[in-house]
Design a protein around this ligand. Structure first.
Ligand SMILES: NC(=O)c1ccc[n+]([C@@H]2O[C@H](COP(=O)([O-])OP(=O)(O)OC[C@H]3O[C@@H](n4cnc5c(N)ncnc54)[C@H](O)[C@@H]3O)[C@@H](O)[C@H]2O)c1
Length: 248
């Protein structure tokens, strides 16, 4: 009997790290749900790229911070691709720099919606099938900012800390179910949203990194693909920093 194709749901996969993660998981043989918020054409391009390489993918528009939208997203993914085996909680909204005096409660809650509420909503949708199958992979995309305490980003940093806390507790709770929960913490990886970051800033960051270069979306995707695979079956509750050693 041929083994069933695994299904991966990657949130925020129309561009940036998510697009690369979706492409890498498809290359490993998964059917990939490419979730996105608004950029339908970009999501379609990611799907087309996967299909051109011989993989299987479909795009799903949904706001992953909204409970009803997450439930609808899950229903649509299951109907089109099948039950989800691999969840990658990657989506992010804007990450404005705001000093502590100006930071509002809403600013803080917005970041928590992306990095704590959304992973919870998504995980609750995919868990029943993962438990039934006694196999599942939940990979959260955190950030080195939590270790660095990046100034002007306290809401983002706090929410990324919350995401790491969820990862660790869920890893223990789900130990013995065949489901692993890990977090990949990228360093500064220039993506589409960083086009206005000057070369001088990129160079300064790269010089401070032990490996002496900027990372790529592919570096992050390779770590996620590993954690999502059978090869990582004895690894849970971990934070894997993909940042050239910047926080060692
Ligand atoms: N790129 C970096 O330097 C870096 C560094 C550390 C951590 N990260 C983390 O990596 C992840 C991806 O970052 P990126 O730089 O690739 O971001 P990005 O801005 O390039 O992409 C964001 C994606 O999220 C989607 N999105 C936005 N709001 C959404 C919503 N409400 N519902 C569903 N999808 C939504 C967008 O459509 C897009 O596909 C984030 O969790 C981010 O915090 C990135």
């Amino acid at each position: 009997m041929t083994p069933r194709t695994r299904v991966a749901l990657v949130t925020g996969a129309s561009r940036g790290l998510g697009a690369s993660i979706a492409t890498a998981l498809a290359a490993e043989g998964a059917a990939v749900a490419v979730n996105y918020a608004r950029d339908t054409a970009s999501a379609a391009a990611v799907v087309a790229g996967i299909e051109a390489a011989g993989g299987r993918a479909a795009a799903f528009r949904a706001d992953v911070t909204d409970p009803a939208e997450v439930a609808r997203l899950h229903r649509e993914v299951v109907a089109e691709l099948g039950e989800v085996d691999v969840l990658v909680a990657n989506a992010t909204g804007p990450q404005p720099e705001i000093g502590v005096e100006s930071l509002t409660v809403d600013d803080l809650l917005t970041q928590l919606r992306f990095f704590a509420v959304s992973p919870l909503l998504l995980t609750q949708q995919v868990l029943p099938a993962m438990r039934r199958r006694r196999w599942g992979r939940i990979v959260q995309i955190g950030s080195e900012a939590f270790e660095l305490g990046t100034p002007g980003s306290s809401a983002y940093v706090a929410a990324k800390g919350a995401q790491l806390g969820l990862t660790r507790s869920w890893a223990r709770e789900l130990g013995g179910t065949g489901i692993t929960v890990n977090l990949v913490a990228p360093g500064f990886i220039p993506t589409e949203r960083h086009t206005d970051v000057p070369d001088t800033d990129r160079d300064r960051y790269a010089r401070g990194v032990p490996l002496g270069r900027l990372g790529t979306a592919g570096d992050v995707a390779a770590a996620v693909a590993y954690l999502a695979s059978d090869r990582a079956g004895y690894l849970t509750g971990q934070r894997i920093a993909v940042n050239g050693g910047n926080t060692l």
